[in-house]
Design a binder for this molecule. Structure first.
Ligand code: AMP
Length: 250
């Protein structure tokens, strides 16, 4: 077996880290931090925004229903969300854990998720499914960011329509203005990242998603992290939280 060099962070894919939930407003860095957790621990990233955008792109019935709602920056009805999330979490790659990004977004969704995980434990134990994902309770991490920082981060987000690479014109710009470093394609702003939609999304966050943090806080399950610091510092703290919580694969 080849040892990793001392400079590279050592990947840690041998453990069941269980469900990790990242909470935070749009632009808090959930996507970036999720990717780092995924790369480090080898668990899947489950972004409900991405799952929905995939449905929209494929033109499914659900995608057609969700498209206009998403373009307005509003929340897709819970009933639609539960089906998508349940079927994704039952996939085999989730058995050692996963990172949930963008879900739960309302206290009702948080309650549903708790009930779903509890039910799956029962069902999996009953049929002795090995290595099931519910061996540990979810680790709930809230990323705290200053409001003005958020506006700057969201308004600066761009992505490549060809390869999906993401940039930020303020914090992570492409080498040539508005063009993808790899594909040379003109970068796009997500429909719901446009200035007029951003404030609506942040208002919705305040109104509906903050109560999710309250839900977990009231049960002593919320770990709040200052995400206004450099990304590396935030990542290091997240890893130490996960390392302190995860349990041996069994
Ligand atoms: P995101 O990429 O997480 O910012 O999500 C983009 C959009 O997808 C949101 O503005 C909502 O319209 C929709 N969406 C994503 N996750 C959820 C969720 N858990 N509940 C309801 N709508 C969601």
């Amino acid at each position: 077996m080849v040892n990793e060099s001392a400079e590279q962070p050592v990947k840690d894919t041998a453990r069941n880290i269980g469900p990790v939930i990242l909470l935070g407003p749009p632009g808090a860095g959930k996507g970036t931090q999720s990717k780092r957790i995924v790369d480090h621990y080898g668990v899947p990233w489950i972004s409900t925004g991405e799952l929905l955008r995939d449905h929209v792109a494929r033109g499914t019935a659900l995608g057609l229903e969700a498209k206009a709602i998403m373009a307005r920056g509003e929340l897709v009805p819970d009933g639609l969300m539960y089906g998508i999330v349940a079927s994704r979490l039952r996939e085999v790659d989730c058995h050692n854990g996963f990172v949930l990004d963008g879900f739960p977004r309302t206290p009702a969704q948080a309650g549903w998720l708790d009930a779903f995980l509890a039910k799956e434990v029962f069902e999996n134990k009953a049929d002795h499914t090995p290595g099931n994902l519910q061996n540990s309770p979810p680790i709930v991490i809230q990323l705290l960011v200053d409001y003005n920082q958020l506006l700057l981060r969201i308004a600066g987000r761009r992505s490549c329509p060809t390869c999906g690479r993401t940039y930020n014109i303020h914090t992570q710009p492409p080498r040539v203005d508005e063009l993808c470093d790899v594909e040379g394609a003109r970068l796009l702003t997500r429909e719901d990242d446009r200035e007029e939609v951003i404030s609506e999304r942040l208002a919705i966050y305040e109104r509906q998603t903050k109560p999710v943090a309250d839900y977990y806080r009231s049960q002593n399950r919320l770990i709040a992290i200052d995400a206004d610091r450099p990304m590396e510092a935030v990542t290091a703290q997240i890893f130490s939280v996960i390392d302190g919580n995860s349990r041996g694969k069994g």
